[in-house]
Write a protein that binds this ligand. Sequence first.
Ligand SMILES: NC(=O)c1ccc[n+]([C@@H]2O[C@H](COP(=O)([O-])OP(=O)(O)OC[C@H]3O[C@@H](n4cnc5c(N)ncnc54)[C@H](O)[C@@H]3O)[C@@H](O)[C@H]2O)c1
Length: 282
Amino acid sequence: MYTIDTICICGAGTMGSGIAQVSAMCGKQVIQFDVNPEMLRKSRESIDHGLQIQVNRNRISAPEKKEVLDRIRFTADSKECIADLIIEAIIEQKEAKTNLFRELAALNSPQTIFATNTSSISVNAIAEQLPYPGRLVGMHFFNPAPVMKLVEIVKATQTEDAVVETIADLCKAMGKIPVVCKDAPGFIVNRVARPYYLEAMQLVSSGLATIETVDAVMESTGFKMGPFKLMDLIGLDINYSVSGIVWEALGNPIRLTPSPLQKNKVAAGELGKKTGKGFYTY
Ligand SMILES: NC(=O)c1ccc[n+]([C@@H]2O[C@H](COP(=O)([O-])OP(=O)(O)OC[C@H]3O[C@@H](n4cnc5c(N)ncnc54)[C@H](O)[C@@H]3O)[C@@H](O)[C@H]2O)c1
């Protein structure tokens, strides 16, 4: 088992920001890194807002909120990314992730654990590019990370058992429910959920139903969010990349073909809540 006192989260977007909040709330020293200083500013604001909600609900006190925030250091300098655990939550592109891990592996101790929050990229394929493949693991949080309990822990072929156990224990300390799964396209949740998004977009593209109708109908059957609201929350760019990666990894099955409707939205920069417009306007 490894000791985790410091956690560095790379990427301060939708997921990185939430993971930084969860990590600091469980008492860890946190380094929040992003190449974009504006994202770091927004992340600090979003964590402050998330913690204030907890204060208003009497779940933490105002001094505790300050202690949590004080445990997070925000930086745009990758040389400061030295930690016991590095969790990446950057763009969903294999080369970007492997390049970052290789850069940080050269700076960190051979004991450092590397975790990827990827939704769909093969953890084995990333591990092959790293100097210590046994210490790479998938740590797939769900959106919003401070709220959603599930974390898929993806064990690649070479991932050490001690790494999986360390990450599972950490998840429990964060109040999460870890589920260890195999390195298969989309792991479990993103594989099963693919048709939820794709069939919904197919229906709308064919003129058979409106976005609002599909969402309302699915919510009325018990789903917490209709597919279009959910895609807007996830980010259309991320959801579109995941669809493409899962589709390719499974040998391009017609039923999982990425949607031109979503492709056009991404090309127009309409990425969902994070840009103020996606399938809906915010
Ligand atoms: N959005 C979701 O619902 C969701 C859920 C689970 C997992 N994920 C996964 O989490 C990862 C991040 O997704 P997101 O929705 O937070 O994306 P996002 O677009 O909100 O944020 C990505 C951030 O990474 C930063 N970044 C890009 N390249 C970087 C680099 N080389 N070094 C440091 N920072 C860099 C960007 O500036 C941006 O702030 C993806 O791999 C995605 O598949 C997303």
